[in-house]
Design a protein around this ligand. Sequence first.
Ligand code: SF4
Length: 383
Amino acid sequence: MSVDLSRVSGARRVSFPHMGNYSIPVKTLAAELDCEIVEPPRMTRRTLELGARHSPEFVCIPFKYNLGNYIEALEAGANLLIQAGGGCRFGYYGEVQEAILRDLGYEFGMVRLVGGFSVREHYRDFKAVNPRLNVRRALQAYRVAIRQTRALDRVEDHVRRNVAFEAEEGAHDRVHAAFLAELDGTRDLRGIAALEERTLGELAAIPAERPRDLLRVGVVGELYVLMEPFSNHFVERELAKRGVEVHRFVTVSAMIDHAGRKKHAYLDRMIEHADPYLRYHIGADGTESVAMTHKLMREGFDGVLHLKPFGCMPEVNAMSALQRLSREHTFPVLFISYDAQTSETGLRTRLDAFCDMLRMSKDRRTGAGADDAPAALASQGGR
Ligand code: SF4
């Protein structure tokens, strides 16, 4: 049984961990439980400190952030927590976190969505919480949540690629913030489509100064640190501040597109892209990290950032292949490993050096700059 309500007394107040702005579609789904929704407070240093204090030291950093979110949500009155699960250590998150929180003395119920993206299994779990839920209502909530997710990903993808070149500082952020506020309350499919179209139009109309020889960098790695900006110290925005067009391919929309029956065909495609650096799927997002880096290199990108939580085995496996790829093609890859002690200052210094190197390397290739620029930099963080 993945739903335990035996310890919930009184009105149910449901909560879930943060991951980027996906709390908006998650709230759409959680509304079907007919419970009050308690969104955890925004991520702060305190969230990480709480999570790290009560977690096993060597567990990966997403576990610690999730646990910090739960503690803050329970402090804010939540008594029913939702956790998902996946094919690596993520599959054990829910049970271990539940045990830790119980040891800390919290009384709550837990919904563990163990069926990946299986709507059928989610429906069964949600129905255990809310017996009034019916299939029609649940499917409609799914449609809306998926549509909100797609709108969110398209808008944020546009911002990522263009914010570095805005003529007026803050223009993209203003449109983005207004979009999020409106998306949060929009639960009809046409309304979401109209909002997406209008927002993309407004973003496209922002005056921009794009240099002809701009730097293009892809960001690959483990999905949580890719999609939760607080956990990666806002690395995409830091790149943009250095004049970089940023591309990322791991999003919840992409995960939905490749889930279920399409998963095997997708992984086969990734293995093809990763050839000759990988022959087998290496778990979680590791295969995509190698495949997308190889693909971006062939497409003429200037470099790649590889982000991973300290000790994340699938991404540690990907690193050996990425190091070989980087060496053989003199293609710049910057490895960044995150844990509770990651220093923001150290990260900025490394980004400065990486971007300077990319710029010199590009100027040399295009004949615009220094002759003595290094061809590549493969900088390795801890495993
Ligand atoms: S992919 Fe890595 S960091 Fe993420 S849950 Fe799995 S082991 Fe942990």
